[in-house]
Design a protein around this ligand. Structure first.
Ligand code: F6P
Length: 368
């Protein structure tokens, strides 16, 4: 078998561990030939690929980034304004590949699904710090990113206490609040604002004032995709040729401006940005990425192409790429992390938002 591997979209921790897992298991068990495709779909457009041997994929498990490099602005359907998907098919055939393992997020899975219509074989491995891929309970990269945010909150907490300040911490996550919610809970934030619940600035102010009666510092964690009930998404820039051209960012600063007009405390904002995607991979993500990599090899051994590896209720499985394409998984109302946050009095910036613990039944809630 001849198997291509590419990493698409924004990078995250665990990509190298997954490349290593899939490549080593394919070489070891199937004696497969491995081709590394450079810079995601750009490598397929430009026919930029190289053979990988066992040595090339060794010593990688802890390393952040991706040895294959990646790119989130080279859609074959809109590359410099043109549809070059035909060229991609030509290059796939010229490389004589049986299948491509595409390690990516929803943009990558959507492109794989669209390209598979012309006869190309793909196996998807889900990754993203955003944890927002449909039909999988978890993506690698998420847990390492949450660790980074929690470390930042811990640091911001001590300086906010020293200065009696309100600290706003803006996380990534696109249209889903997973990073902000998990890091907010783990970092003991006072207010967590996520896209799933448009916030009321008056409620945020009320919470800060209530807290100020006994403590003058507060931590607000806000996801980049959060917005006020009467506001819009805060767009930082648009990137042409990207499966999702919108880049979010800056909502923390606009919240700061609004708060400063109404509270006596000083407010500061930290936008964590790409720090959340870099650095060493956590032990959890190393194992997780290795497992999904090896499971992708199982699907290849069985020639079950056109599928993405999934995790569901602690079981590894797979689903047709068609089911994943063009979808986003947001935090649902029955997520226990959300319910725990509310139960402990953490505000989501929404008045009277309650999910009473007394209403919970066994097996009803999920841990996302
Ligand atoms: O999807 C991963 C992600 O890091 C998002 O959380 C963020 O909105 C986006 O990528 C940033 O993209 P870029 O690297 O193009 O700035």
């Amino acid at each position: 078998m001849k198997v291509g591997i590419l990493t698409g979209g924004g990078d995250c921790s665990g990509l190298n561990a997954a490349i290593r897992g899939v490549a080593k298991s394919l070489m070891h068990e199937l004696n497969a030939e491995i081709i590394g495709i450079e810079q995601g779909f750009l490598g397929l457009i430009e026919n930029n690929a190289r053979a990988l041997d066992f040595q090339d994929v060794s010593g990688l498990i802890n390393k952040g980034g991706t040895i294959l490099h990646t790119c989130n602005n080279a859609s074959p359907f809109n590359y410099q304004g043109q549809d070059v998907s035909g060229k991609v098919l030509e290059n796939y055939r010229a490389l004589n590949l049986d299948v491509i393992v595409a390690i990516g997020g929803d943009g990558t899975m959507s492109l794989c699904y669209e390209l598979s219509k012309s006869g190309m074989n793909f196996i998807g491995i889900p990754k993203t710090i955003d944890n927002d891929l449909a039909h999988t309970d978890r993506t690698f990269g998420f847990e390492t990113a949450v660790d980074v945010v929690v470390d930042a909150i811990d640091r911001l907490k001590t300086t906010s206490e020293s200065h009696n300040r309100v600290m706003i911490v803006e996380t990534m996550g696109r249209y889903a609040g997973w990073i902000a919610l998990h890091a907010g809970l783990a970092g003991a934030a006072d207010i967590i604002l996520i896209p799933e619940f448009p916030f009321d600035v008056k409620e945020v102010i009320a919470q800060i004032n209530k807290r100020a009666e006994y403590c003058s510092s507060s931590i607000i964690v806000i996801a980049e995709g959060a917005k006020a009930v009467d506001g819009d998404l805060t767009v930082n820039k648009t990137v042409q040729g990207s499966p999702d051209a919108i880049r979010l960012g800056g909502v923390g600063y606009s919240l700061q401006q609004q708060l400063e007009q109404h509270i006596p405390l000083e407010v500061r904002t930290t936008v964590l940005g790409h720090i959340q995607r870099g650095g060493c991979t956590s032990a959890f993500d190393r194992i997780f990425a290795t497992n999904v990599g090896c499971y992708a090899s199982a699907l290849i051994a069985q020639k079950r192409f056109g599928r993405m590896v999934t995790v569901h209720n602690n079981h590894l499985s797979s689903i047709a790429l068609k089911e994943v394409a063009h979808k986003v998984r947001q935090v649902p109302n029955d997520d226990m992390t959300l319910i725990s946050a509310l139960a402990m009095g953490i505000s989501l910036g929404v008045q009277n938002l309650k999910i009473p613990l007394a209403s919970l039944q066994d097996d009803q809630v999920i841990i996302g």
